[in-house]
Design a protein around this ligand. Structure first.
Ligand code: GLN
Length: 532
């Protein structure tokens, strides 16, 4: 069977949830026994989001192969329980970089290099790359941005060409919004009509329309949209607001989106979707038997998307423990030694978030001290682990002003220091220690209790590390290195002996947490928060 290509475009506004829609459709196709992969094309000129401030673009997600990618790839992995890679995220910057490199190499043989065909060809190459060797039955590609944006044009043109070339093996699903005007009590389809017109102006006729709405769409609305937008009535699909993103696949199943797609491709429907484990997760998620309050201490708290994978990991870990996790974002800049107990006293556990740079550091250090001294479950991730190390050095080892050289280059006690391989690096893009690495776990540790294994693989994104020179001093006073990289000896995880649950990890467990395979570390953390 030849690979089928499904493109998802968006209209009317951004943030309609194209990522969740495409992941839900892929989930249903996967549950029917098909092999699927999802790709995101981002129209910005950054080569990847690694250099973007989280305020601009939310979290930077990291794949096993060390690609710094859009946070939608996190949704793809959480829904499909399958790893993605660099090939699953392409930006305009990456496309141009590759074309310009080819031009410099002389590959275009004297031709004028242009958006059409060279940029569009490069976009098409990146899409078809995933379908190569028939590895997947379906390649689903999300086109970032909104139809009508100048920067999306080359992508829409590439989709038009691919639809033309691939014929019945390609399809376009367009996601739009049907707003409800409360003054007149009406749902409005005009924005959808305009948005489909914009697509048509670019030569693309959508095959399926998914209408995001706050209220049920009646038959008359579906009929009207079908007639005005040249699509079959059963290809107008409603996507109504739901309390959790994990319900969207079931909603799309009820709307028969998967069947509509398979019918259009003339394909067999496969088996009935196997969604038992998914439903059992949802059941636990919706019927918690207990509750915990967790503080996420970070500096990007105004924008919850900055910690997307962490908050989703808590949803997964909550379900494992049949527990509702009330995650509250606490601004690290607001925490001082004088108010830390007032701010944190009602929480069952605290997480100190990953991050870069000096802003909000002292609040994070106070948080780690408070959790350590008061026996409150603590999880430090990446910078969060480094903070726990700095706090322990200052207040337990009495190494006054101990620091990370990221914050103070000339500190007398560099307990966290730049990794050897990082010295001399001046380019910021894609140069951190990135991707999956192995970690050996010490038996008897909280980490071992969580993973129940002596070797794990987790993903990384950092430049600084625990300074081995101080290891003995820390271990003598009770902060133990319980996770170590088998090849480099780099400290991947620390714990405080005798504490209820105090774990810091240099890696990012949140990138590996999926609905069907929740992060054991997050589950262990919640379990510890539950034991009074
Ligand atoms: N800034 C720290 C480092 O580069 C931590 C990075 C992170 O939290 N992802 O090592």
């Amino acid at each position: 069977m030849s690979t089928k290509y499904i493109f998802v475009t968006g209209g009317v506004t951004s943030s309609l949830g194209k990522g969740i829609l495409i992941a839900s459709l892929a989930k249903l196709l996967q549950a029917r026994g098909y092999s699927v992969t999802i790709q995101k094309l981002d129209p910005y000129i950054n080569v990847d989001p690694g250099t973007l401030n989280p305020y601009e673009h939310g979290e930077c997600y990291v794949t096993n192969d060390g690609a710094e990618t859009d946070l939608d790839l996190g949704h793809y992995e959480r829904f499909l329980n399958k790893p993605t890679s660099q090939a699953n995220n392409v930006t305009t910057g990456r496309v141009y970089q590759s074309v310009i490199n080819k031009e410099r190499h002389g590959d275009y043989l004297g031709k004028t290099v242009q958006i059409i065909p060279h940029i569009t060809d490069e976009i098409k190459r990146n899409i078809k790359l995933l379908g190569r060797k028939g590895k997947y039955d379906f390649v689903l590609t999300e086109i970032g941005g909104t139809v009508g944006d100048i920067e999306s044009l080359p992508y829409i043109e590439a989709v038009r060409q691919l639809k033309w070339e691939l014929g019945k093996s390609a399809m376009v699903i367009h996601l739009t919004l049907v707003p409800f005007l409360s003054a007149s009590g009406e749902l409005k389809t005009k924005p959808t009509q305009h948005s489909v017109k914009a697509l048509l102006e670019n030569g693309v006729q959508p095959d399926v329309l998914v209408l995001r709405t706050e209220h049920e769409l009646g038959d008359s609305i579906r009929k009207k949209v079908a007639l005005f937008c040249n699509v079959d009535e059963n290809s107008v699909v409603q996507s109504i607001d739901v309390p959790t993103i994990y319900e969207v696949p079931l909603k799309m199943k009820a709307e028969k989106l998967d069947l509509t797609v398979l019918n259009k491709f003339g394909m067999s429907t496969g088996k009935e979707p196997e969604l038992e484990a998914w439903k059992s997760f949802l059941k636990k998620h919706k019927n918690p038997k207990s509750e915990v309050n967790i503080a996420l201490v970070g500096k990007y708290v105004e924008l919850p998307d900055a910690y997307k994978s962490i908050s989703e990991s808590f949803v997964h870990a909550g379900a494992v423990n049949e527990c509702k996790v009330n995650l509250q974002y606490v601004h690290s800049e607001e925490i001082k030694s004088g108010n830390v107990d007032t701010i944190l006293k009602d929480f069952d556990g605290v997480l100190v978030a990953p991050g870069f740079g000096h802003r909000g550091i002292n609040g994070k250090i106070e948080t780690a001290r408070y959790a350590r001294e008061n026996n409150i479950p603590f999880l430090g991730i990446c910078l969060g682990m480094q903070i726990a190390v700095i706090e322990f050095a200052r207040n337990v080892l009495k190494l006054e002003e101990a620091d990370s050289t990221e914050m103070n280059e000339v500190t007398k006690y560099p307990v966290i220091d730049l990794m050897e391989e990082q010295k001399g690096i001046t380019n910021m893009g894609g140069t951190m220690r990135l991707g999956a690495f192995a970690c050996n776990i010490k038996k008897g540790s909280k980490l071992y209790e969580a993973y129940k294994k002596t070797q794990i693989t987790e993903r990384h994104r950092h430049r600084y590390e625990f300074n081995d020179k101080y290891k003995k001093q820390f271990e003598d006073k009770g902060m133990k290195a319980v996770g170590v990289n088998p090849d480099t000896n780099l400290v991947e995880a620390i714990e405080i002996e005798g504490h209820k649950w105090f774990v810091g990890v240099q890696y990012h467990p949140e990138y590996n947490s999926t609905v069907l395979k929740p992060s054991p570390l997050f589950s262990g953390f919640i379990k510890a928060c539950l034991t009074k």
